[in-house]
Design a protein around this ligand. Structure first.
Ligand code: DGL
Length: 247
């Protein structure tokens, strides 16, 4: 069984990629009571990540996927050190893929951008890549409100990204893949890199771990109703209800 955690419902975009590839048994934790992580300090995000990982370990998971970019950017190594199961984050695979481009832009939450994690990882693979980072804090509440294809979302995207000049754009936040259409419209031909997608593409070597019976279980730390509403938006029919927990 795989444990996946995120600050909220957004990590279900990563679950979707995993389920497109494997028939995984997944227990998912969305720490909605403390969302957003993207405006918090790294110490706070590390503390929350360790608590989320511990919750999943206590449920008996064999591996942990940190679906949240903000948590992945500051906590992967720390979670790895503390727990004795494989821990996968979303930054490294996207950074590795992005390193083949001449110029890359990274968009994410304020905390992800401030951590510089994507920049460090891309440079590790190719020091010559030109990298620009932009925080796009309004995208998360727009998605949370279900304003996926809305005129306002389009205007915000244009303001954030309209003048972008690079070959590839890392969607460095769980929620941004839902805005792919809007982002594509304002960025023309730039290749979009979905960090959940690039993570999943690196999991072939872990097939034994990720193949299961397709059993899914969801936990939230706040309103079950709100989680369910967005859960269906993110995961469609695969979403089968959610339990409330406290960390
Ligand atoms: N899950 C977060 C991320 O991928 C976005 C939402 C938040 O700020 O907590 O960075």
């Amino acid at each position: 069984m795989i444990g996946v955690f995120d600050s909220g419902v957004g990590g279900l975009t990563v679950v979707k990629h995993i389920l497109n590839k494997f028939n995984s048994d997944i227990v998912y934790l969305g720490d909605t009571a403390r969302l957003p992580y993207g405006t918090k300090s790294s110490n706070t995000v590390i503390k929350y990540s360790l608590q989320s990982a511990e919750f999943l370990i206590n449920l008996g998971v064999d591996a942990i996927v940190i679906a949240c970019n903000t948590a992945s950017s500051v906590a992967v190594e720390i979670v790895r050190e503390k727990f004795d199961v494989p821990v996968f984050g979303v930054i490294e695979p996207a950074a590795r893929y992005a390193s083949k481009f001449k110029s890359v832009c990274v968009i994410g939450t304020e905390s992800t951008v401030a951590s510089g994690a994507y920049v460090r990882k891309i440079k590790k693979y190719n020091n010559d890549v030109e990298i620009e980072q932009r925080a796009c804090p309004l995208f998360v509440p727009l998605v949370e409100s279900g304003w996926i294809d809305d005129e306002i979302t389009y205007m915000v995207a244009k303001r954030y990204l309209g003048n972008l000049n690079c070959d590839a754009l890392i969607l460095g936040c769980t929620h941004y893949p839902l805005l792919k259409n809007v982002i594509k419209t304002v960025t023309n031909d730039i290749e979009l890199i979905d960090s959940g997608d690039t993570l999943t593409k690196t999991l072939d070597d872990y097939k034994d771990l990720f193949e299961g019976n397709g059993q899914l279980e969801f936990y939230t730390t706040d309103s079950k109703e709100k989680f369910a509403q967005l859960g269906r938006l993110f995961l469609g029919k695969r979403f089968n209800g959610v339990k409330l927990t406290d960390l």
